[in-house]
Design a protein around this ligand. Structure first.
Ligand code: TXA
Ligand code: MG
Length: 321
């Protein structure tokens, strides 16, 4: 059986994408999408992103599409970019979880594209991890989390971007950045000058009325307790060197760290930080550290996406030196 056969028969298949691995199911089947929620242990109120491979599919799943969405699609698709739009009735309720909107992305990864094209279906696909754990950037991460719970995994390369897509809502009066990603706020402002940043991007979202339900949950967390630490290289080293049974995740520029550490890239190269961070958060759990201290990236460019994931991995425990 091919992946397309499995998907057309209501099964679930993990697929590589350029952001992270996704767990795909037909966006038209409540039953198939239900299996995704069960396999991941995903909270019931958290809607899924629908993946498409062409603009005809966009018109199948979304309606009342504003000109700004077409401009964004031209500029950022295919790629790590998701637009929230008014949904059509074809999108099953299990995807939108009671909302009247749908999040849509056209991935650039050749395998993701080929699977959508061969299945001839828009595919609902959240990240292919157990809910709450760091997102999967390799097939091994998927197998570690979901072996025995899903129908198949397509083994591809390591995810290039390493953090999930940028999510922008164009379903309301003003464009809203719901989740930062590799398409940066600076790039978005060129197309959407009046875009606002949802408060949940850098702080804790609480209650039922949050714009993007996924931002409400503790997320991306290894078992080791994570702290996000803001400060210069010397202050960071002095601070972490006092810690017992702990490790640091730091920049290549950091010096003088005497506890075990993993470098996640240069502080000036945010794309590399994004590429590495989820794999490193998983590696940390292979040792038995009590705590891990992560040197906080800048909040500009792709750094904003890395910061957004880390502050959640740290359950909002930020230390300012
Ligand atoms: O890069 C990605 O986007 C990956 C790959 C597999 O494509 N997918 C992914 O899906 O990250 P997931 O389910 O882990 O994250 C989807 C995010 C959640 O924060 C969810 O709340 C939000 O998108 N979302 C989905 N539908 C929405 C909607 N209608 N309105 C607002 N937020 C929505
Ligand atoms: Mg996810």
């Amino acid at each position: 059986m091919t992946a397309a056969d499995i998907l057309n028969n209501g099964g679930v298949v993990a697929i590589p994408t350029e952001t992270v691995y996704g767990l795909a199911a037909s966006a038209f089947s409540d039953d198939a999408v239900g299996k995704v929620f069960v396999a991941k242990g995903r909270p019931q109120d958290n809607p899924l992103i629908v993946h498409i491979s062409n603009i005809d599919m966009l018109n199948e799943v979304a309606m009342d599409i504003p000109p700004s969405a077409c401009e964004c699609a031209k500029r950022f698709w295919p790629g790590p970019f998701t637009i929230v739009l008014k949904k059509t009735d074809k999108v099953c309720d299990s995807v939108s979880r009671g909302l009247d909107t749908v999040a849509v992305r056209m991935p650039s990864h050749p395998v993701a594209k080929a699977v959508i094209e061969c299945a001839k279906l828009p595919l609902a696909a959240p990240s292919a991890n157990i809910s709450g754990c760091p997102s999967p950037t390799s097939a091994n991460h998927v197998i570690n989390d979901l072996d025995g719970k899903i129908d198949a995994v397509i083994v591809g390369d390591e995810s290039e971007v390493g953090v999930e897509s940028t999510v922008v809502s164009l379903a309301g009066d003003k464009p809203v950045l719901l989740r930062p990603g590799a398409v940066t706020l600076e790039q978005l402002r060129e197309v959407l000058p009046d875009i606002v940043v949802d408060s949940a991007v850098l702080s804790e979202a609480k209650g039922d009325k949050v714009a993007s339900p996924g931002m409400k949950y503790k997320h991306y967390s290894p078992k080791t307790t994570v702290y996000l630490v803001e400060g210069d290289g010397k202050a960071f080293a002095d601070y972490v060197n006092e810690k017992q049974n702990s490790a640091a995740i730091c920049f290549s520029e950091d010096e003088g760290i005497k506890i075990p550490f993993i470098v996640y890239g240069s502080r000036l190269d945010e794309s590399t930080l994004a590429h590495n961070i989820f794999g490193i958060l998983r590696d940390i759990d292979k040792e038995n550290y009590k705590e891990v201290y992560v040197h906080a990236p800048s909040k500009t460019g792709v750094g904003l996406a890395v910061y957004n994931r880390l502050i959640r991995a740290a359950a909002f425990k930020v230390i300012e030196l």
